[in-house]
Design a protein around this ligand. Sequence first.
Ligand code: BGC
Length: 553
Amino acid sequence: MRLTYTSDVWYKNAVVYCLDVETFKDGDGDGVGDFRGLTQQIDYLSRLGVTCLWLMPFFPTPNRDDGYDITDFYTVDPRLGTLGDFVEFMRTAHDRGMRVIADLVVNHTSDQHPWFVEARSSRDSPLRDWYVWSDTPEPDDPSQIVFPDKEDSVWEYDEGSGQYYLHSFYRHQPDLNVGNPEVRDEIARILGFWMELGLSGFRVDAVPFLIENVEPRLAEPHEFLADLRAFLTRRKGGSVLLGEVNVPYEDLLPYFGEGLGDQLTMCFDFIGMQNAWLAMARADATPLARALRERPKPPQDCQWAMFLRNHDELTLDKLTEEEQQEIFEAFGPREDMQIYGRGLRRRLPTMLGGDLRRIKMAYSLLFSLPGTPVIFYGEEIGMGENLDAEGRMAVRIPMQWSETGGFTQGEPVREVPEGSFAPDRVNVADQKRDPDSLLRWFQLLIERYRESPELAWGDCTVLDSGHRSVLAHRCDADGATVVVVHNLCDTAVDVSLALEGLAGCHLTDLLVDGTLRVSGDDTVEVPLGPHGSRWFRASAPDVPPEDASVKSR
Ligand code: BGC
């Protein structure tokens, strides 16, 4: 696929922005965010450069897992608005050229979902097989317990009907049984419903659990993903499934559909994320460089989704215990900053000690790594966390619009942080007026990233920078090249890079003014400040560098 067709594969260099309607903006003053409030802020998101919104679950819920426990897949939680408000929001987002995807949480329902209420009412219930039951469950494997602070088994005994039901997550989230064709049909109907209302796809929650924990076991678990993808494509070409698949690289390719790319369109790069944190903790780029080199190439038309921080715990589960400890020591030494023994419940800026230079470098890295960047609301202004909130809720705080908070005119549904990350210190309104703010940096990064699709989906080569603290890589596509260099340590360093095939070319800095020249023997010296980051576009010796800073398509 040539870069000319970027709009056909729009997700390959999208800017995905994840938000929770409940905590983004309250439009009616009841203290809870809603679709009307979100709609008012669409222009902010569009000016930031966001091209795709990912909405966390907005469906009716008893809210015992922040909406990931659903009681009705076909409407909007009344606290967040009505279906009418949803459609108005969609229309506004589309008018500003933004696509919208939503969380698809169908591994389980809430135990209050009418399907489960009916299923547990009797062993003869027509919906009994919509869930997974057992008289004699297998003993638990402790490594399979996702929330070890709250659960010690994935089976719960149901007194009324005298059998155990499976719950991969909390006990109030019984697993749906996709081994049952009726359940698979119903899931397709859910997709179809929201697609008809304008969605461009879904972020699929907990994918490995969804296809594996079923009864009877599916002969070809991946066939179900392929069916979903085929259904989606029949309904609307170009729509995406963005999968939460936290498995080692060697097990991941089947989720894209091996060579076919006919299952998930994108998968989050959990391994790259964890190694990026290890690299930052050590001020040594080696772990990240290794992950990028080892990462399998997704099939054509598929893409990696890159992130540094998401709405959950910052999981470090694929690192060794020693590596986890290194990261804890560097970025979350206190016990109340850690969670489940394998992760952190802090946002990025607090982990990096509020050091703006370092924070800017981290996000420059995110936007330049090969893949599609996914950011969590508030990252663009450097919001912190509220450690007084329970568990993962620490990072799911109200968006900070102004000095006084600006999230609601009423009593906010959740507390904001105090101290140096409180709204009077960190907010959108102030940063809009400050040319050196993180918000302005995000706007610049996004502008340059969108102008340089080579970054997201060109051929990426990690270069030898000669310095452990420096990650250097180049991205080539259609004869165009972008070279990117990041310094993970707090002292300045000059690196010498060998850039094959670019002898005599100009390297035009895309972030600040400046041009370098590659020597006749393909090498270039790049000075980097402490935590410095530089993005360069290469242009032939006879092209004036100023014409090379933007490559129009
Ligand atoms: C989501 C979590 C949620 C869990 C259960 C995850 O993968 O990201 O926030 O608690 O699924 O639905």
